[in-house]
Design a protein around this ligand. Structure first.
Ligand code: FE
Ligand code: FE
Length: 393
């Protein structure tokens, strides 16, 4: 009699986090075999361009598993027609392995909603649940409570601590376009992705038309941020027209200004490391402002934007001393675009078309006041920007 693990997922793409989780499960549960089962993605589900076919996902999972003797990849879910449910997979595996014990591996979110799964009771009567958790305090409390409730219903549950490689597939796809996903993928999977031009890796992003740039940017942003970025683009064009700056540069800089904002602090730091940028201590302590620097790096390296665009993105959160017109426009547009709503924004909107330096100064003062109130550290560049404007105004 053997212990067999069942590890399903879209694996879009499979990454090192999946393999580490699989290894943790093998040791924690004493598995003799762990089945990696790529899920079927419903054919009507809209997939972004460059998404792999089911067979390509299967091939990537095979490459990711490599020759690990514990791991076995199966296409049983991919071959199934119609809606695909976990209980059907378990039924099929029980027939295939009648004398063995099955362990179904799931993450915290899935575990907390497990009772809503189709035929959940059948599942917990026929498998042991292996629940991955990351060890954060509130997560542990939620899991422990839920475990007790489920055990009272007869479920068998083993918790598996798996604190490693915290990256979602969505974030990984962003990192791939930015050419920074190396540390999350096995060499074989990364090569396969590039050879097959998956996830947008095959496109040359230099010199994109404005329309194409807008659609690429929209795909890379957090959906919640798209409105802000498009508002910023429209405002930047209007300000460029008014102040005689290059409208195309203004539009491109505004479209790209928050391009890395969807990446969390750790990924921003990964991007800097992959690009060979050594950061000063302010940035390492305040990763929130880092997206201006990483955004400018991505604009230059991935999108091949010119120096004016790159430098306007670079200074859009902190400002700096002696800013040029385009830099001021992007800073101010980011602050006052139509979706912004805070006390003082109307004054800023008026000033932006009558006195650009005055608008800059007001923006900086409001930011500094807020940061001081929050007890947050203020970037030396912001202080220099304000001191410069105070001297020259
Ligand atoms: Fe920003
Ligand atoms: Fe912004």
């Amino acid at each position: 009699m053997a212990n067999i693990g069942i590890y399903g997922g879209t694996f879009n793409p499979p990454h090192i986090g999946h393999i580490r989780a699989a290894c943790c499960a093998v040791s924690a549960l004493g598995l003799q075999k762990l089945l990696l089962i790529p899920d079927r993605i419903a054919p009507h589900k809209e997939m972004p361009a460059g998404s792999p076919t089911p067979l390509q996902r299967l091939e990537m999972v095979r490459l990711c598993a490599g020759d690990d003797p514990y791991l076995e990849v199966t296409d049983m879910e991919l071959k199934r027609d119609g809606p695909s449910y976990t209980y059907q997979t378990v039924q099929a595996l029980k027939e295939q392995y009648p004398d063995d014990s099955l362990y179904l591996l799931i993450g915290t979110d899935m575990f907390l909603t497990f009772r809503q799964w189709k035929n959940a009771e059948y599942l917990w009567n026929n498998v042991t649940l292996g629940v991955f958790y990351r060890g954060q305090k509130d997560e542990v409390v939620a899991i422990a409570r839920h475990k007790e409730e489920m055990e009272a219903l007869g479920a068998k549950i083993v918790l598996i601590e798996n604190p490693v490689v915290d990256i979602s597939s969505t974030q990984l796809r962003r990192m791939l376009v930015m050419d920074c996903a190396g540390q999350f993928l096995t060499c074989e999977v990364e090569e396969y992705i590039r050879a097959n031009k998956l996830y947008g890796t095959g496109e040359n992003y230099h010199g994109l038309s404005m329309e194409r740039l807008e659609s690429v940017v929209t795909e890379l942003l957090d959906p919640k941020r798209v409105k802000h970025v498009l508002g910023c683009r429209d405002t930047a064009i209007a300000l460029a027209k008014h102040w005689g700056a290059d409208e195309t540069d203004a539009a491109r800089a505004a479209l790209l200004h928050d391009i890395t904002k969807a990446l969390d602090g750790k990924l921003q730091l990964t991007l800097c490391r992959e690009y060979g940028i050594i950061l000063d201590t302010f940035f390492t302590k305040n990763p929130k402002t880092l997206h201006a620097l990483t955004g400018s790096l991505v604009a230059a390296r991935i999108f091949g934007e010119n120096e004016a665009v790159v430098s306007a993105i670079r200074s859009h959160t902190t400002g700096k001393a002696a800013m040029n017109t385009l830099e001021k426009i992007i800073y101010v547009a980011d602050y006052m675009e139509p979706n912004r709503d805070f006390p003082g924004v109307e004054e800023l909107r008026k000033l932006a078309f009558t006195d650009l330096d005055g608008a800059m100064k007001l923006g900086l003062e409001m930011t500094l006041t807020l940061l001081e109130k929050q007890g947050s550290e203020i970037s030396p560049e912001s202080r220099e920007a304000l001191a410069y404007l105070n001297k020259s105004l």
